[in-house]
Design a protein around this ligand. Sequence first.
Ligand code: ARG
Ligand code: ZN
Length: 849
Amino acid sequence: MRDAAPTTIHLKDYTPFGYLVDEVHLTFDLAPDATRVTSRIAFRPNPEAPGHRFFLHGEELRLIRAAIDGAEVTPEITDAGLTCAAPDTPFVWEAEVEIAPAANTALEGLYLSNGMYCTQCEAEGFRKITYYPDRPDVMSTFTVRINGTHPVLLSNGNPVDSGEGFAEWHDPWPKPAYLFALVAGDLVAHSDRFTTVSGREVDLNLWVRPGDEDKCAFGMEALKKSMRWDEEVYGREYDLDVFNIVAVDDFNMGAMENKGLNIFNSAAVLASPETSTDDNFERIEAIIAHEYFHNWTGNRITCRDWFQLCLKEGLTVFRDAQFTSDLRSAPVKRIRDVIDLRGRQFPEDQGPLSHPVRPESFQEINNFYTATVYEKGAEVIGMLKRLVGDAAYAEALDLYFARHDGQACTIEDWLKVFEDVTGRDLAQFKHWYSQAGTPRLTVEEAWQDGTFTLTLSQDTPATPGQPDKLPQVIPVAVGLLNPNGDEVHATEVLELTQARQSFSFEGLAARPVASVLRDFSAPVVLDHDLSPEQRAFLLAHDTDPFNRWEAGRSLAGQCLLDMIIEGTAPDTAYLDGLVAVLRDDGLDPAYRALMLGLPSQSELAASLQQRGLTPDPQAIWDATETLRQATAQHMQDLLPRLRAEAQVDAPFRPDADQAGRRALGSATLALLSRLDGGAQAAADFTRADNMSLQLSSLSCLLKAGKGEVELAAFYDQWRGDRLVIDKWFGLQVAMAAPGQTAETARRLSAHAEFNWRNPNRFRAVFGALAMHHAGFHHASGAAYQLLADWLIRLDPVNPQTTARMCAAFQTWRRYDEGRQALIGAQLDRILAQPNLSRDTTEMLTRIRG
Ligand code: ARG
Ligand code: ZN
């Protein structure tokens, strides 16, 4: 499919396009096997980039006719696009191409999902629709006519005309082609209206397949909340007469912010109490907000080139996190985000796929929609805000919108508004965008004559292509507690700018306990050598909710590492501290549920590796099981009381309060099931009237080696609901014992309902397999082989999803030689496949190292 020598694109090679586009007119004559796309595009030479050849991207297109100013031309065509002689004065380009949406299984460009036409153009999918300068710095207005028999025909912008078999749309806001969208199908709308702050009436529609109407209400409410929030918090108003959202079953990612026509993976928008868990609700609310917020951070102000992806993604993730914190619980959101960062971004940053928040080169840009660009990108914005303060942040954002509206920008433009507003030099801060790797922050303490001194040092390990690192600006939020538990020094942000630096606190009556990196003020690995007693003290007294949780987490982590390394018994300091926190009914149930969590097994493996040890996945599993069992026994008397506090008596609402109770209920049930063999879980399953309870009780049963009857009942109840059946597939893999995980995944992949071409279904099984640490890394190597078999099968069909799943292997160098040999053999086997996609080739080559 692809040529043998892939080309690498470099940030430093950026040059503007030689032409400006004033207007785009597109006509689509829809047909599954031969859709005709007619384009009429007004070009004029770009005065800032004179003398360039006229090159248009285009892939997998059949060119039927091309003309310049009405005169037919014969361009030179390659796999990547076409070149043509063009005048050095304004001209009109016309082209007619044919494409085959029904044959498009890669889900990029125009494709069919359950008979419905839809598009995904970010990052470089528009070039599979027609010949065009498919780069984000080329912006134009679009007018689109769709000819088709489908009842619903949608594109970007405002509707201008429609009738029997056609619809016409006009988007007045200049945009790059990656924000183009088209949808045609037999869809029904859940509709509402929104009046913007200045009085603009906006029609809101959430379009779904008939049968899904009852899963729209929550998404619509989330949309209206997002629109209001962006007005109130960022002063950003919506700018079209309509806002359409469409749910699509076959989608590579979560969702896409196309101007005025957001397209969502149905899993990221459809919700009902019977079919969605509380986590689903929260995620859906956040994704709706995320895509809506892109209207300003992404669409009105877009990216100059794809290296600047974090400009829109980091900022928009940061904004959606602020939104969730405002609507729900800020500490709970922060803790969940840090768990996610450590679970997905740290392994990436600390392994062969490590890359800066702003990468400097790529072969396939789709491989850089990563946790580093998104989540670390958001952390970088959080640090910037912490350093300049809330007021300066707000001022800088106002300036950003005022100065750059309608432009395609860079990280330099972004930092410049902060420099102009604050007068600060952000040259050193910029290293956060260019240096890969997770800095390690080491804390040393000294105490003398009433002065407490913290010496902070930073060190960022070498990463691929970056052997040496410069010190970064690290905002370290610190508070001090008295031995009696009172706070003697409120949170202060220390600015660490050197490799090693000391900060003193004077006039203290007694040696304090330091609470360092409060609110996780920087995405670093903290190395603060506290005793178990000090950690237990912070767990009991820290006024910073994040660090209080973190104290419990690190106690648990230390306890598990001791069990794994020394074979010791579970530490009672941890168990007693945990019981004390769980007893405190003044604490939010959601927060207490988080307290019951343990560091993930993959995180423990990373900690062992950082101590120079080789992690044994089975030993990590065993220690975790032992600690869980000990926790259940230690908390036995408390469990009934926690269950009572977790009880929800009111009718179901997917809000933070009820979700928190259910989370505590589910964490408690998991412990109880270790003591009663699943009796309570079986009862809960029978009475469950919402998906959270149904799924958590079923998972307890499976964990206990039971639940066969319930699993079958669940399947029968939900066989018509594809999103719930995804859960049914995933749960069985997730709950399997390590020795059974690969076999469970294999058995499920032979199930009649395992439609592997659907990314959600594929990920339900194989994503769960990759996430099951002890199961995936079982010494037999069966899981490695099974995953490789399926990646080989999926790659020709859907390179993007295949390449993403390759990340399952990114931590392979952590493990013993035997496992490395097993994984290495699978990586080589995949790489040896003829015609392997550019996406997968790049990922595996980087992982192989
Ligand atoms: N811009 C979208 C979002 O973050 C993600 C689209 C990514 N698509 C892709 N094929 N890489 O909301
Ligand atoms: Zn985004």
